[in-house]
Design a binder for this molecule. Sequence first.
Ligand code: NAD
Length: 458
Amino acid sequence: MSTAFAIVDPATGEAFTEVGMADRGEVDAAVRRAARAQEGWAALAPADRARLLRRFAAAVDAAGEELAALEVRNSGHPIDSARWEAGHVRDVLEYYSGSPERLIGQQIPVAGGIDVTFHEPLGVVGVIVPWNFPMTIAAWGFAPALAAGNAVVLKPAEWTPLTALRLAELALEAGLPDGLLQVVPGRGDEAGEALVRHPDVAKVVFTGSTRTGSRVMALAAEQVKPVTLELGGKSANLVFADADLDAAAAAAPGAVFDNAGQDCCARSRILVERSVLDAFLERLEPAVAAWRVGDPRETGVQMGPLVSAEHRERVAGFLDGSTPVAFRGQAPTGPGFWFAPAVLLPDRADDRILTDEVFGPVVAVQAFDGEAEGVRLANATAYGLSGSIWTRDLGRGLRVSRAVRAGALSVNSNSSVRFTAPFGGMKRSGIGRELGPDAPLAFTDTKNVFYATGDPAA
Ligand code: NAD
């Protein structure tokens, strides 16, 4: 039986609706429906699956404003970002609508016959997503999974189920078969675990904390079930003395305070070559002061509130007086889960601000001496998701980008995600890759078939 969960507007702190949390029985029913829908979906001609995915993309496009407004209310994302996110879901669907007709196998030269590989769909895929980017991360899972011929049961995070629920309705309106894409809001330890443990769920794509990801992987291992894990980060923004300091400092707030720092790719450690540390901080301070935090409904606002009171409490715990604060930005006061961006200057190498993921608008600045130490500090973390390298030296850009152990790096830019390129983490930031041209293959099993032609040599 569903229990009701209050959904809160982070900008006001007020509950504005309720959503039923699915229990184990409801997850089981959803997986059974999905398994039935998947059979028909996989039997459709590839061109028909492609056409339906394009229609789904068109439905998302038409509902872009509605989805964006819903994300602003449910997650506190600024309206400009939420519009971009809705457009991103459409683009990801359009991109993978090209895949059903391009899941091309191989024909391998062998004696005595013909050897062919097929990319068979897995069946029902479970997608579990966090609250920080509810619709984009959902689409990274469901779009390539559907394109490869699977059904999807998606569990959104407790706090932010609304856009995922609307996307499932849009899929139906676009003509996707009933049951093919279902959203089951629910608690992680109940609905989430039920999905991972379900014997008819063939694969789990999990995005969330490293701790929960490790639990999901252990549960999946009991059934030898494949997982893709997109987990936490503590990414470095390396600024070398030869960099364009104006550009690096102007871009640094966006690299860590975007989405209020609730971003797995947040460059939450800025490592600056010591000879330019003061010059960099002089430029960073006005950039942080100018970072616009405010009502997420207003165009031009760069950062809204944190997602919940509970999360704000956790983020605030990093400003307990034990780490020197260089300066802070502005934030509204009053109702809502506001938090002014903060720049910290840790003076101890073992300060937890250098190792723990904050997932809020707090950045640590640390000095380094020379390229080798810069790389060493960048890698001094259990995580390996993203990062940036600012330098005018092309050779250094190449050397350092190869030496930093992270899955999604950028040089003279802080961009992490382009849906046309693979995305994912090294070390404890995850296993597997999402997005890019190969993503649908992660939702297939390669089947090899040898067809004998009667050659006696075989
Ligand atoms: P979380 O791990 O608490 O929850 C993520 C999802 O897992 C939620 O839907 C939750 O309900 C569910 N869940 C919780 N316990 C579960 C269990 N035992 N079994 C199955 N599912 C369970 O993470 P969060 O706080 O929602 O999100 C923040 C984290 O996500 C951060 O660590 C962040 O870095 C990470 N993240 C990673 C990426 C990436 O692509 N690498 C992207 C976004 C967020």
